[in-house]
Every structure is written in structure tokens, then in C-alpha cells.
Ligand binder design. Structure first.
Ligand code: LLP
Length: 419
């Protein structure tokens, strides 16, 4: 479900023509729908009702503070993996009591920042991190709430680079280690051991591996409780897939919730989730313009003004994004290779894609680009960091302006070697 539809022959975001945004802001540009963001959050949250769950949006999927503020106003929390993400969440109005801090490589400074900010929970991924956090908490005279991230040895996800739950992945600790470390945390005067966390991968389209991982989490919880250790919270991570329109539909949030509620039935525990893609992906598009086309013996190339620096998913995960012309047409489709301007063959969005005839100046939209699009963008080839626009009803606002070269050069200087 999203709010990008053709109206009067032109692709619109809610009540705004994408062509009007391109004219006002230029291209390439990310465009987000407030209504879709809000709807996805509500659908996910309500799927668990009447059970009250914490839905902490994974900031890595879309870190724009206007997007975070939109979700925060609905009651969403934030799942963060760096001090920068925590600061973004706070700036967007997410209360610290709804912020989770995850990640394998939290530095001492970041841990101290999170403790001082009073975040809801720090998901600890190793015994070394647990010991470091205990020492920092003692120095700060604080008692942060922690969960131990378990690696259930169950992998899942749309691509090997985004599968996190297998035993040799870098994430989390084994069940046996989790049992030991949890007991260690419980006995620590400077740590408040609250529970366990798990996240096995992203773009998951099959509920079975999630169910296996959650069952393992339940068993581990019962064992810990059997050993006299309280377990108040379980963080079930994110990972639910979204349709990218080249393959079958992923499970609906209602099916996911029914599975979760089944696994944890009768267990008195507060559940938290960290969905990213499911909330943001279909709430955003990358709008680009055709620079020119080039005939080749095989098939024509469509050269866009957006490149792999703006949307890197096809280059690194062979990801599929539907490409829609902004002007609706019934013209017969032709096969194109669609590329960006970057000097690498990897800067190819797709090969042999059937599209209506397109020419220089035409606008196209990469669909399902609201998650892991703008957050993974770079300035490679000294290109401007792509701007972002948020639509609400028939209004739109620039929520990240386009960088100009002065923004890039402001951080650089010529060395002063002269002596
Ligand atoms: N929680 C943790 C601990 C995570 O590592 C992730 C994603 C999430 C939550 C959110 O997962 P989601 O609900 O969005 O699947 N750049 C890749 C995706 C990387 C996901 C990394 N972790 C892509 O563009 O497909």
C-alpha cells in the first residue's frame, strides 16, 4: 500500500504531481509520502493490538529528521546504531525512553553518550562490550537497561549481504553465551538486565526462519527464568520484507503479528520491534530525469541523472526497483538498459527492462526507494548529495536541500606545507 498513483495522466505523491517537485527542486530527488509512512507504522503497531508493543523504527533505513518526526508523532520509537542516529532521533522528537541502541561496534564514547541520554535499552553484542558498558555506567553512576543480542544460528533475508542470524555472522552471541552473559549482567550493580534481542536479516519473505528464531528466544527466556533471572523484554528486531514488484508478495504485517503472538502466547513479556524497510520502503521514490538515450546494436541505453551514488541497492545487492515513467502512457514497451552517469559499469540500475519509449528530459521514478536509498547515498564523483522532499496532502517541503560544491569543499582545505 502506498500513495504514489497516476492522476490525470501523471504520477503523483498524495496530492502533488511529481513533475511539480522536479520543476521546483530539480532531479535527482527523493520524495516521501507522509500518509504512507503513517499508515505503515499504524498497520504494524495495530497488528499486535491489544498487546502494547514498542515499534522502534530502524533509523538506518531512513534517517531524515522530518521522516523520524513524522513517525515519532505517531508514537514510534527509534532503533539506532550510532551516536549520529541517536542524535537524529532525539532531534526529531523521539523520547529517549523509546530509543534502542544496537550494533556490534559501539565505541566507548558512543556508549557513554547513550547512557547519558538515558536510552530505553542498549543491545549488547559481546562480553567485551558488556564489561566496557559496566565500567562506563559505574563512572557515570548510571544503571542502563540492557538486552543481550542472541545469534540463533538461523539465517534469513533477501541477499547474503543482509542476512545476520547465522552462527558465523558477526552479530550477537550464541545461546550458551547469552545465558552466561545475562547472568553476569544480572549480577552487575551497574547494569539493569532487561531481556534478549534478535535480528536475523532483512527483506525476509518467509515467516518460518523468523518463527524458528523467536521460538529459540522463548525457550531461552524460559530457561533464564527457570534459573531465577527476570526477563522483562524481548526485542524481535526488524526484517519483514516488502514487495519490490518483481517477485511474490512478502507476508502481511497481520500474518507476521499472528505468528509472533502465537510463539509468545502466554508469556508475560514486553515485546519490541525494529522495522525499517517495512515502514519506509514504499513510502519513497527516487525521481530522476533522462539525460539522453544511446542506441546500441543490442538495445538502447537510457542514461539518467541519478547514479549509484544516489541509489546503490542495484549495484551492491542486485536489487530490483520498479521504474515508472512519470507521464502515464499506453505506448508499447521497449527493452532498455538503465544506467547512471558514474564512471563504473556497476552504475547500471537494470538491464533489458521493458519500459515505454523514453527520451531526453522525461522523468522516471524508482519505486520502493524510501528505505536504504537516501541513507546509503554518497557524493561519489563529486556529485551533490541527493535532496529529499516530504509530501503531506497537496503540500510538499524540501526536508534536505541539495548540497552544492561549497558544502563539500567546506570540509576540506589545502595543506600548509610552507615553512
Ligand atoms: N534491527 C537491526 C539490528 C538491523 O540490523 C536492521 C537492518 C534492522 C533492525 C532493520 O531491518 P529491516 O526491517 O529494515 O529489514 N542496506 C540493505 C539493508 C540492510 C539492513 C541492515 N540491518 C538494503 O538496502 O537492502
Amino acid at each position: 500500500m502506498n500513495h504514489f498513483d497516476y492522476r490525470g495522466g501523471e504520477l503523483c505523491c498524495e496530492g502533488v504531481k511529481l513533475g511539480d517537485i522536479a520543476a521546483a527542486v530539480g532531479t535527482p530527488v527523493y520524495v516521501y509520502s507522509t500518509a504512507t509512512l503513517e499508515r505503515h507504522y499504524e498497520v504494524f503497531k495495530q497488528a499486535f493490538a491489544p498487546r502494547d508493543v514498542l515499534v522502534a523504527f530502524a533509523v538506518k533505513a531512513n534517517a531524515n529528521i522530518a521522516v523520524l518526526a513524522t513517525l515519532a508523532a505517531k508514537g514510534a520509537g527509534a532503533d539506532t546504531v550510532s551516536q549520529g542516529e541517536i542524535e537524529r532521533a532525539l532531534k526529531a522528537g523521539v523520547p529517549p525512553a523509546r530509543i534502542i541502541f544496537s550494533g556490534v561496534g559501539k565505541t566507548e564514547d558512543e556508549l557513554a553518550f547513550a547512557v547519558k541520554a538515558g536510552v530505553h535499552q542498549i543491545n549488547v553484542e559481546s562480553i567485551a562490550e558488556l564489561e566496557t558498558l559496566s565500567r562506563i555506567a559505574a563512572q557515570l553512576r548510571a544503571k542502563p537497561a540492557i538486552a543481550i543480542r542472541v545469534n540463533p544460528d538461523v539465517g534469513a533475508g533477501g541477499h547474503e549481504k543482509i542476512s545476520t542470524g547465522k552462527g558465523d555472522a558477526k552479530f550477537g552471541v550464541s545461546i550458551e553465551q547469552a545465558m552466561q552473559y545475562y547472568a553476569r549482567a544480572h549480577a552487575d550493580a551497574h547494569l539493569d538486565a532487561k531481556g534478549l534481542a534478535v535480528h536475523i536479516g532483512s527483506q525476509i519473505k518467509d515467516l518460518a526462519p523468523l518463527q524458528s528464531a523467536f521460538r529459540i528466544l522463548r525457550e531461552t527466556t524460559e530457561k533464564l527464568r527457570g534459573a531465577g533471572l527476570s526477563v522483562e523484554r524481548l526485542d524481535l528486531g526488524g526484517g519483514l520484507g516488502v514487495p519490490y514488484f518483481n517477485e511474490g508478495d512478502p507476508p502481511a504485517p497481520a500474518d507476521y503479528a499472528a505468528m509472533v503472538l502465537g510463539v509468545f502466547e502466554g508469556l508475560d513479556v514486553k515485546l519490541a520491534f525494529e522495522p525499517g524497510r517495512m515502514i519506509a520502503a514504499n513510502a519513497g521514490v527516487l525521481l530522476a530525469r533522462v539525460v539522453r538515450t544511446q542506441e546500441r546494436p543490442s538495445r538502447p541505453i537510457l542514461v539518467l541523472d541519478a547514479g549509484m551514488n544516489d541509489l546503490i541497492r542495484p549495484a551492491i545487492y542486485d536489487a530490483y526497483h520498479e521504474i515508472r515513467p512519470v507521464r502515464e502512457t499506453n505506448a508499447p514497451r521497449e527493452a532498455y538498459d538503465v544506467v547512471g552517469p558514474i564512471c563504473e559499469t556497476g552504475d547500471t540500475f537494470t538491464r533489458n527492462r521493458a519500459l515505454p519509449p523514453l527520451a531526453s528530459g522525461d522523468l522516471v521514478a524508482f519505486m520502493t526507494a524510501g528505505a536504504y536509498g537516501a541513507t546509503m547515498a554518497s557524493t561519489y564523483n563529486a556529485r551533490a548529495l541527493v535532496p529529499e522532499v516530504l509530501v503531506r496532502g497537496d503540500r510538499f517541503e524540501i526536508v534536505r536541500r541539495r548540497w552544492d560544491l561549497a558544502d563539500q569543499l567546506a570540509l576540506e582545505r589545502l595543506p600548509n606545507w610552507a615553512d
